[in-house]
Each structure stands twice: as structure tokens, then as C-alpha cells.
Design a protein around this ligand. Structure first.
Ligand code: HMG
Ligand code: MG
Length: 310
């Protein structure tokens, strides 16, 4: 049976959008339980400006705590989100301090919407791509894999619908930089099976051939605003995508994708993601049963943080 990669982004995408304070040991517990669940990859945290995302200001401390754990199972990837060279340096330093590979991958992020790019990173799309040039070179020199995110791959909270060819153009620029993986983000969960497949077709038409085959290339990062994400997963599997992000307990949302009165929505719940993939006849390394403990911890930490922030 063909395996589909599942990446859990809850410790990063999930916790970046929580108003309440979540203790470091709770975050570490969530990462450990996700790792035990058999998931292929955990996006552990972000090395972004703590002024922009105070919820993840403990990124260095969290990575150092994880560095003191026994080595994770072979094949499991820990990744961190970084916007620039400063973030890259912090990721490299985690491994240097540990004297071993704790982090395996860094994820740079840009968008197919200029407005969102500016709101999220204070830079145009072109400026973000320029920033990534040295970041990707540094990652390669440190033997770290690189993911390139394209946010607003379907729609932007400020500009509305985004044309597939604009997404494809940004994806192509990331591929030209030498990233190992491109993650297409439906940041506000606006996608339908039809719009997702149209966007994927446009992206694949513009990328070199090696990107259209193999499990490790194009990834889909779906938020689940309207309950359509699972249908989009089914359509994307049919279109050949073999790597998806989810967030345990459906946590998530970019604070810079929130509009007045409308909080950015969570990612597709990893449990629903795995069930959907399996229902389509594929296998996953992680199991729903093994994820249950992580889901329980995720729910309780977030509900405690939400009630303490009221
Ligand atoms: P800026 O204000 O233009 O940056 O922000 P700056 O270079 O002028 O620096 C301002 C301050 O930030 C300075 O500190 C820097 O040292 C510091 P000060 O001198 O004022 O004390 N700084 C940093 N500190 C720690 N780590 C760093 C770093 N860089 C600068 N890496 C910047 C530009 C990109 C830094 C800022 O806009 C930023 O951090 N943005 C991150 C926003 C974010 O994390 N958004 C959520 C993630 S994206 C997302 O959720 C979408 C996704 O899930 C996919 C999808 O759903 O579509 C990935
Ligand atoms: Mg996201």
C-alpha cells in the first residue's frame, strides 16, 4: 500500500495563534507525544521575531529541552519555521549546542498575495525570496532540509481569490532557490476540491519534472474553515499529492491572517487527515489510536490557556 507522509504542525501553527500562555513543558510534552504517534514530521516551533509572535518566544528554550531527550526515532523529522537569516542562525545553533542533529529542516515562508506577505513579514514577495537566498545556502551548508511555504495558495484574507498562475510563479521561484519541498498553504481554508486541483495543476505545470514524482516534493497545508479540507485531501490524493500537513485537535491559524471579528481558522485535524488518507486506500506511519494522547494534551492545554486569557 502506498504511504502518504503526514506532518503535524500543531506546536507551531496551532500554538502561534493562542492568546493565553502555554508553558514550555506542555509544549515539549505535545512534541514528544506527536513523535511517539509515528508521525513523519513535527513542526516544532518558529524562530521569528518574538515581537511579532510572542506565543513562540520560547523557541530556543523548547529546542534545548528537546535536545536533552533521547534521540527521536530514525526517520522522524523536526522542523522549525524561519523568516530570515537571524532565524536560520538560531536553528543552526540548536544543533551546535546539542552536538547532534535535533532539528532536521527549516521552513521559509512567503505568499502568493503581496498584501498578506507584507502583513506577515513586513516584506514584499520579492523581498522575501531575496532574503531566502542566503538562508537556503546556509541550510545546505549545515545539511538541513528546506521547506518553502506559499501562503494564500487559494485565497487571501485581504485580496480575495488568488490566481493559480500566481501561486505557480512563487512556487517556481522557491524551486529555483533550491528548496527541497514546497508547501502550498490554503491559509484561510477557502479551497474546494476543484480550486485545489486547479492550483496543483498550475504549480506542477511550472515545476521541473522531478517535482511531480515522489513523496517528498509538493505538500498541501490545509486550514479547515468550512469543513471542506477532507474533501480537498481526497481530491489532492487523486491528483497525486502524497504529503499533507495536519494539526492535532485542529489547532492553528496565522495571527496575520485574522481579520476584524474573524479569527484565522485551524488546520485540518491530523486525526481526520489520517482517516481520510486511509479511507482512500493509502497507509500512514502515524495511527489515529497513537495520536489520541497527543490530541488530549493539545485540547486540554489550549482550553486552559483560553480560559486563563479571558
Ligand atoms: P521586521 O520588524 O521588519 O524585522 O519583521 P526587522 O529585521 O526590522 O527586526 C525587528 C526586530 O525583530 C529586531 O529586534 C530583530 O532583531 C528581530 P529589535 O532590534 O527590535 O529588538 N528579529 C528577530 N528576532 C528573532 N528571530 C528572528 C528575527 N528577525 C528579526 N528570526 C520579520 C520582519 C520577518 C522578522 C517579522 O515580520 C516576523 O517575525 N514575522 C513572522 C510572522 C509569523 O510568524 N507569522 C505566522 C507564520 S506564517 C503562517 O502561519 C502561514 C503558514 O502556516 C502557511 C499557511 O497557512 O498558509 C506557514
Ligand atoms: Mg498555516
Amino acid at each position: 500500500m502506498k504511504n502518504v507522509r503526514v506532518i503535524d504542525v500543531a506546536p507551531r501553527d496551532g500554538l502561534q495563534n493562542e492568546a493565553g500562555v502555554i508553558a514550555l513543558d506542555e509544549k515539549a510534552k505535545l512534541v514528544r507525544l506527536l513523535t511517539l504517534s509515528g508521525i513523519d514530521e513535527v513542526e516544532v516551533t518558529s524562530f521569528v521575531s518574538p515581537k511579532w509572535v510572542p506565543q513562540l518566544a520560547d523557541a530556543r528554550a523548547l529546542c534545548d529541552v528537546l535536545a536533552n531527550d533521547p534521540p527521536k526515532p530514525a526517520g522522524v523529522i523536526y522542523s522549525v519555521l524561519i523568516p530570515n537569516e537571524k532565524g536560520m542562525e538560531q536553528a543552526v545553533e540548536v544543533n551546535e549546542r546539542a552536538g547532534r542533529r535535533v532539528l532536521d529542516k527549516v521552513s521559509v515562508f512567503t505568499a502568493a498575495s503581496q498584501t498578506f506577505s507584507r502583513k506577515n513579514t513586513n516584506a514584499s514577495i520579492e523581498e522575501t525570496i531575496e532574503r531566502f537566498r542566503s538562508v537556503v545556502a546556509r541550510a545546505k551548508a549545515s545539511s538541513l532540509l528546506v521547506r518553502g511555504y506559499v501562503s494564500c495558495a487559494i485565497a487571501c484574507p485581504f485580496e480575495g481569490a488568488i490566481k493559480p498562475r500566481e501561486v505557480a510563479d512563487v512556487a517556481r521561484r522557491l524551486a529555483d532557490l533550491g528548496v527541497d519541498e514546497i508547501s502550498l498553504g490554503d491559509t484561510i481554508g477557502a479551497g474546494t476540491p476543484g480550486t485545489v486541483v486547479d492550483m496543483l495543476d498550475a504549480v506542477r505545470a511550472t515545476l521541473p519534472g522531478e517535482w511531480t514524482s515522489g513523496a517528498f516534493g509538493i505538500n498541501l497545508h490545509l486550514h479547515d474553515t468550512f469543513g471542506r479540507a477532507a474533501d480537498c485531501v481526497v481530491a489532492a490524493l487523486g491528483a497525486g499529492i502524497r504529503s499533507f500537513d495536519g494539526s492535532v485537535a485542529g489547532l492553528g491559524g496565522c495571527p496575520y491572517a485574522s481579520t476584524p471579528g474573524k479569527r484565522a481558522p485551524g488546520n485540518i485535524d491530523t486525526t481526520l487527515l489520517i482517516r481520510t488518507i486511509r479511507d482512500c486506500g493509502f497507509s500512514t506511519h502515524a495511527s489515529v489510536d497513537m495520536l489520541a494522547a497527543a490530541a488530549a494534551v493539545a485540547r486540554s492545554m489550549v482550553s486552559a490557556a483560553r480560559s486563563s486569557s479571558l
